[in-house]
Design a binder for this molecule. Structure first.
Ligand code: TTP
Ligand code: MG
Length: 375
């Protein structure tokens, strides 16, 4: 394993096995404190300050949560998903900014385009993270050079830093990108996976959440090394088949492959009424049916979405649309239905309607490398 701290982003010495021909080289990139860094980039006066992206803390009485915060704010103990009231207590002089999702989505689009344009197999897994399959590079040394180029390009084009992990499989690449944040580059070569993972707490494995962590702790398993040393039969008895890939990973076998996914940009469903209507109940029930249908389409694609748009075409073909970006990606029917109803209520002006429609956009596929345990 080789870790390159942020103070030394340029590689000077290449890993010893640069001449070997590994089967797979996967790069995972994750932007650092993404929403906060994007805000700091467009408001340079915020640089170096604790910045929290979330709703107004109202001097400790606000009820929302923080989406993320700058690393300066993290030094005060503030974290993503923490209530803003708590964040305010930890750092009253932090700068709290409301999220501007449309802007973050646009910047994310540019970043993903840059990564895609490298020409390697590409998979975006969230607004600020993606994988590239760098196997055609032929060596870890060549992959590290390319990673350096990507970091430079992201810095010069967007003024943003990222953290990168390079490993023979997706799961280890993802764990590695988180290893030296922010602005880190961590390379785990094929023979080093087990040693790299062994000291890490089990919750560093994607998909091992609080519940799984507690179950593992009950078995005396705290680190990935403990997991490797545990008899697979014990794990199978406790977690079922989900334990197989988890145990294999702990032993150094990262089998998660990168399947390229072009991504659906949007999904829509619409209904044209037999006769134009201004009956609110009829409009709402049609909208609800559309929400069910478009959600089904989303499920069929195994996707989640972030933005909901409602379209109304009035008599005479005058068409209006209104969009809303949800706080989180969702694959659930309820937020889509509720948001569509809200948009219709806000937009409808009482005229006779010819057509209504719902469109879901900013769609993405959840990261398939998440481990799932049968608990
Ligand atoms: P992350 O990559 O998890 O976090 P981050 O980029 O802010 O920080 P890090 O340097 O640790 O990678 O998430 C990307 C963005 O997604 C984040 O900037 C804001 C958003 N987000 C939320 O809105 N709510 C959440 O709970 C989390 C974790 C992220
Ligand atoms: Mg990030």
């Amino acid at each position: 394993m080789m870790s390159i701290p942020r103070t030394n982003p340029a590689m000077t010495s290449l890993p010893s096995s640069q001449d070997t021909r590994p089967e797979r080289i996967i790069l995972h990139v994750d932007m650092d404190s993404f929403y906060a860094s994007v805000e700091v980039q467009r408001r340079p006066e915020l640089r170096g300050k604790p910045v929290v992206i979330g709703s107004d803390p109202k001097e400790g009485k606000g009820r929302g949560v923080a989406c993320t915060c700058s690393y300066e704010a993290r030094a005060f103990g503030i974290r993503s998903a923490m209530p803003v009231s708590q964040a305010y207590v930890l750092c009253p002089h932090a700068i709290f900014l409301p999220p501007d999702f449309d802007y973050y989505s646009r910047i994310s689009g540019g970043i993903m385009e840059l990564l895609r344009s490298t020409g390697f197999r590409f998979l975006q897994v969230s607004i600020d993270e993606a994988y590239l399959d760098l196997s055609p590079c032929g060596s870890f040394g060549a992959a590290v050079s390319l990673a350096g180029q990507i970091r430079e390009d992201l810095q010069s084009r967007f003024g943003l830093t990222c953290s990168i992990g390079i490993a023979p499989g997706k799961t280890v690449a993802k764990i590695a990108s988180d290893f030296h944040k922010p602005n880190g580059l961590t390379v785990v070569e094929p023979g080093d996976i087990r040693a790299f993972l062994a000291p890490l707490p089990v919750n560093k494995i994607p998909g091992v959440g609080k519940k799984a962590e507690l179950h593992l702790l009950e078995l005396g398993i705290r680190t990935v090394g403990d997991l490797a040393a545990t008899d697979i039969q014990v794990l199978l008895g406790r977690f079922g088949r989900g334990a197989v890939s988890l145990h294999a990973l702990a032993l150094g076998n990262d089998t998660a492959e990168l399947e390229e996914y072009d991504g659906i940009k949007s999904l829509s469903r619409e209904t044209t009424f037999d006769s134009d209507t201004d009956d609110p109940a009829r409009l709402m029930s049609s909208l609800n049916a559309l929400a069910v249908a478009v959600h089904q389409a989303l499920e069929d694609e195994h996707c989640r979405c972030r933005t909901v748009t409602v379209k109304i075409r009035y008599q005479g073909f005058v068409t209006r649309t209104k969009s809303r970006t949800l706080l989180h990606m969702t694959g659930n029917a309820e937020p889509i239905r509720a948001c569509s109803q809200e948009l219709l209520r806000e937009m409808y002006d009482g005229r006779k309607v010819r057509l209504v429609g719902i469109r879901l956009s900013s769609c993405e596929k959840p990261d398939p490398c998440q481990m799932t345990l049968g608990i």
